[in-house]
Design a binder for this molecule. Sequence first.
Ligand SMILES: [Zn+2]
Length: 465
Amino acid sequence: MKPKWILALALLLTTTTQGRSAELRVGRAAVDITPAAGIPMNGPVRPNVPLTTAGPPHDPIHVKAVVLEEGGQRVALVVCDLTSIPLAMIEEARRLVGETTKIAPEAVMISATHCHTVPQIRQRFLVKAGEEVRRKATAYIDALPGKMAEAVRMAEADLKPARASAALGREDSISFNRRFYLKDGSVKTNPFKGDDAKLDQVLRPTGPIDPGVGVVSFVTEAGKPLATMVNFAIHLDTIGGEQPSADLPFVLGQRLAEVQGPELLTVFVPGAAGNINHYDLLNPAGARRIKGPTETSRIGTILAAEVLRTQNQLVPMRSTPLRMAREIVRLDYHPEKAKRLREQIKETPRHFDGEVEVTNEGGKVTFDAEVLAIALGDELAWVGFPGEMFTEFGLTLKNASPFRYTMIHTLANGAIGYVPNRRAYPEGSYEADATRCAPGSGERLVEAATRLLIQLKGDSQAKPN
Ligand SMILES: [Zn+2]
């Protein structure tokens, strides 16, 4: 029989280890990726349209990283001021993170803000650029995975005991569904661009917006602000022009720092915003399609106000070990486009199609999409989708999620393009025409995410702290 003190010591050790391992630590970092003058900007990519090149920035752009550690598990949430990130670049960045930190590559979620005033980071769109411009662009592009890994490394080095809390705000005046029924029965995305006089032919939006403002706040044990993550469904194309800019997240960060101090890192992540932008097309006052720094500042300030309003509603997150789960969903290629592709891939079973690797399975053309879910405590979860999800998917997932707070990161760990809902396909117009996903793809991604969230929720209840 063991002496009682051994049993007591064993219990004490177990409790201490559990107590320590379940302690949340958070680190955050930002790495500047503002392009030097002369780097080609994201812009119209058509033959005979000259590429615009970066001049002085309106505001800096960044790779931001938040690293979380709890229960021996570390994860990194990385958000880049880029339009979207090619899969090869994400894979390289994750590999570098795996090599240089204690974070496993699969525990890294790298997403893009879908900001439009940033460099063009796809070589295939630079063929029309001159040699000198291409050289500069290539150097910029090649450095990006290293910058992403560097941000994670710095955030890991910054790990300190922290407290997490979350809240859900609501802002319904700055985002708009951009697909409309016209009076003739057709559907159009952003109808009558350049001809506002015709807007009286517009009947109503085809779908909703998601007014949810997800807020996750990390503070030190003493209550000093570390990082605030803001999740809201809107296309980041409000500033326009040719100067590099992070768009409204820059304004949001400034406003929050004015209130909470310069140490705060604000990380804006767009939610399911495939069919959402900031144009108020049905506004009878006529201010329907405004872009520019003033509008960006106005929208960013309104969003900041809502984030600040939630500060007194922040709910502390309970400590349980961090959990993550992921699923690779094999999606069918859009049948119309697969026809053309099938000719090209007759000879090879695999074919690189811009952003995805297409697999030819006996004539069936497919590609893979990763869904990654991370849970902190039993009330907060993040889900990463690789495409521009229609906003209906965001609403569906938030409703189906067993977590009280579900943050949706889009263009995460991939760039599969627009992911329309099933009913948009027969309606047509921009997103439905542009997508490479077969009808039903988005629904399958949401089902996968729901499965993962239910699994993670179950794990939180199986292992209470
Ligand atoms: Zn877009």
